[in-house]
Design a protein around this ligand. Sequence first.
Ligand SMILES: [Zn+2]
Ligand SMILES: [Zn+2]
Length: 436
Amino acid sequence: MDKNELKRFVCDYLDAHREERIQAGETLLRMPELAYCEQRTSDFVGHCFANSELTEKTGLAITGRRADVDTGRSGPRVAILGELDALIVPQHPFADATTHAAHACGHHAGLNAMLGCAEVLTRPEVLSHLSGSLAFIATPSEECQNQPYIASLIEAGKLQFFGGKSEMIAEGVFDDIDVAMMLHAGGSNFTPSGFNGFVMKRLIFHGKSAHAGANPDKGVNAISMMRSALTLMDAQRDTFRDEAHVRLHGYIPEGGEAVNVVPDRAVFTLQVRAASPEAIQDASDKVDRCVKAVAIAFGGETEVQNIFGFMPLVAYDELDDVHQRNVETIAPGAPFTRGIYRPSSTDMGDVSMIIPSLHGYFRGFAGTAHTDDFLITDPQQAYVDSAKMMALDAIDLLWDDAACGRKIAALKCPMDKQTYLEKMRGFSSCLKFGEE
Ligand SMILES: [Zn+2]
Ligand SMILES: [Zn+2]
């Protein structure tokens, strides 16, 4: 068999098992679970792995799992990732009635693509032509929702990071991985040029309560402090360079409890996103200074709790080239776009900091991600062609003594694991301003 014949075998196999793929995807769609609670989804993945010759590890970053197969010949270890978690979208037609979790980001389809790869690439007819090895990794918690639960796990020492992939990096799950790949659901086929990373910040304003009508002069209004800090932050926007793609956005989880009491406490939770760790640090420091300033201005106290979220994603052109060629084979004539920057974030960014990685998008969905209308319009594209794309990418990487895989594995990454973990931990801090 030459490489094209092997690729044809893989595509024909996935087409012949089309109904199984669609059924698996639809099953996952109907069991949406939130970050670090994806136990049923993880069990389903384990059930699918059980059909193949795979060595499995479970309980990674709580609900994650990894299954490996070795060709018996030397070469790089290629990881194919699928994401387990859903997010809270109560109005979504497939939302869970109790938790309101829904696959409004299409992770069920990306996960299904990984399962399709695990099934077809472990066939002896395929493995016998490849070198190196493959790891199929189901990763928890990408959406960065379920915050109170994640915070409780971090506080209890069961977890260090929001992102499942970050947690897995810390646990050593990626230590022996040379190239990592995953695909995400979307409306078209493309690979972005990068993603923003972010730090998660909790700004706490401590004022002093008083009767709001009779003697507000005796109080320190925590909402006024917060409003002033937000105004100062807005004024900083001028100072962010365009290429840094800075985003500051958040919400107010606490802002007083009664109309006739000067609020003594207000909390603003925000994400600071940017295109590089340095730009994240710069924007984050500016926010901290704004919070410090209002403590002085109002004579109150303020606090900033910082936890690092995700690293920015760097794209690897050589890997995107491999992927583009395969997508164009599977979807001839369909547009394939490259080079568009995504100011949103993914914890695949964390993986891309230390391992050459692919984060591509496959079509088959319509609507807006994270909302109730994000739904599959083409099951073949969403559930079957997505698996073909990554399976063909893996063949290119591991064919011919894994020559292509070895070349991509040798590409330079922005940092090593040690530096990555130091940076992540270095961002976490608790700052206090104002009088004791
Ligand atoms: Zn999402
Ligand atoms: Zn997503």
